[in-house]
Design a binder for this molecule. Sequence first.
Ligand code: ADP
Ligand code: MG
Length: 689
Amino acid sequence: MFITELSGVGAKRAHALQSAGIFTVADLLEHFPRDYDDRSNVKTIAELIPDAVNTIRGIVAFEPECVTLKRFTVTKLKIKDHTGTLEIIWFNQPYLKKNFKKGGEYLFTGKIREQGTILQMQSPDYEAAGETELSGGRIVPVYTVPKLYSQKTFRALIYEALKFSGTLSPNPNELFEKSSTKTLTGGLFEENISRELREKYDLCDREMAIRNIHFPETDEMFHHARRRLVFEELFFMQVALLQIKEVVKAQKGIVFSCADYAPFLEWLEFAPTGAQARVLAEIAKDISCGIRMNRLVQGDVGSGKTAVAFAAAYLAAQSGYQTALMAPTDVLATQHFVQCEKLFAPRGIGAVLLTGSLTAKAKREALAKIKDGSAKIIIGTHALIQDGVEYACLGLCITDEQHRFGVNQRLALTQKGSPDEYAPHVLVMTATPIPRTLGLILYGDLDISVIDEYPPGRQAIKTYCVNSSYRERINNFILKETSQNRQAYVICPAIQENQDTAPTKTELQNVTAYTNELREALPSLQIAYLHGRMKPAEKQQTMDDFKAGKTDVIISTTVIEVGVHVPNATLIVIENAERFGLSQLHQLRGRVGRGTAQSHCVLITNSKNEQTTSRMNAMTQTTDGFRLAELDLEQRGAGDFFGTRQHGLPEFKIANLYRDLDILKIAQEEAIANKDIVGALPPHPHELF
Ligand code: ADP
Ligand code: MG
């Protein structure tokens, strides 16, 4: 059922919805609110509380007015109910006038001010009173809205989808009695959890859950709905994991003829650490045993995962197979490519880079080399798999620091080869430290290797937390480090509504304003900036200059965060550190401490909030990512190691690993008990590589 079947969704809006991952009405129904606004308490005018947000129901007493003053227009309404009158105004929205009729009844939600003796509400949310009151008199959902939609229009769309779906819904009680599989026919509220499980764990049916997650009838119904949907999400994730595991177990793995990585190690300027050697031995065993490798390599930032990945690529190349190495960003892919060329090109092993910023010609050439097999190592963003790239003989897929690497994507990847074909080996590299217990649940399908040792000569990064009154001293610190020919990062927060959308204007302003300030304060330094709105080529140039030591300081948003490697950078200053989660702070800090010199991390925050303080303390006390992840888990809800979508953890629509750890455990048990009777969730086509 495509979204275009809903009224009001034309080509443009459909496109906006699709960009947000919403293709069908079912997708829409699973686009859950990110928050709620409790407007169930509708007040009379006499009950209104000044300086607070209130919802009222009132009748328009006079024809709406629109007054044009010098520089703006004011649209004015007089509202009455049986207890009094209220003035409502909007600035510069003259077209609103036609939305109201004298005598009509409407709901308004907005902040109340006392203007002398007059009560006034400015720029409220409003809607006509009547049958479908969505914005007041209830708990109102707040969404991450796609482009072209406001909260109001999106809410209306969801409501329409719910109505539409209801008419198609089969009687939920008839479900699951005839058959225990999930392939039931019926509407969009199709039940997918057996009655037995629902009764056992007191889970409401799917229709009720979906309706109440969007428009909760009561607080209690909301919690009931949420619990059911969390269970559903985690349960099917666990089922999918178990199925991946079975698929993989049954898949034949290519047997690499070369499992000796010792010659590769000779190419490196360093000897591997004990941990790197151990992981390499595990990989060598995987690729020669005849079963497909499906391995996760966890290693904190700077632990040397790249060398391990290249050693695996070496084994593939020596065995006559190609390796695809996927990185999350152009910058990172390019960095890998440069390193790769240094190692492999002199030894006659061809590599190509495939990113979005290639010219058409360069791309054609790269594709040709991939197809004819002259490129043995193919490095790029995940366009590598999306673009219908044809490989001559792909033997190994490596994903580095993969963001948003969901279970469905892993499932799709493992299903690429049918059981009697030989499927490429899979190696996933992540810097996300996951406590062991959780790792087993989240990555149950993968074998896990841990690089728990740093290359020798590293000094632990010293971390400090200060408030902004230290700015001058920090500037002096920057000056001191750079005068020793070292380099520094300054990180400004990215204020993003939604991590999928483009960076906001504010982010841009933060970075450029900060750059100007610092240039003024430290005129002798070369200061560059980096943010998400720059073109890939510009970003690359900025990074290249920094790596080459042409710039002293780089001011950046979190685009710098993942994997960037500049050993000469010894100082990172993080502004508004309270805006970042523990995980992000840890990742950011990992940009320094990559050489042998002592590195420093300065966290700046003026927040005295208890949670912030505990996060900052954790950061100053340890640099061990696993320890931080555990601390975060202990202080559940305090940080966000598992709350952000950014760090290689599976992404959830509704589940929150802090709050829902107990449901996760149940879901895992039940998935094991039920894996044979439940069909796996088919991956959405747009989630596939
Ligand atoms: P990450 O695990 O964060 O991806 P990298 O692979 O980027 O870490 O490695 C960080 C730095 O450490 C690189 O400069 C790399 O050359 C260096 N390195 C890796 N392994 C060793 C080692 N065994 N001895 C010395 N330096 C190493
Ligand atoms: Mg890396």
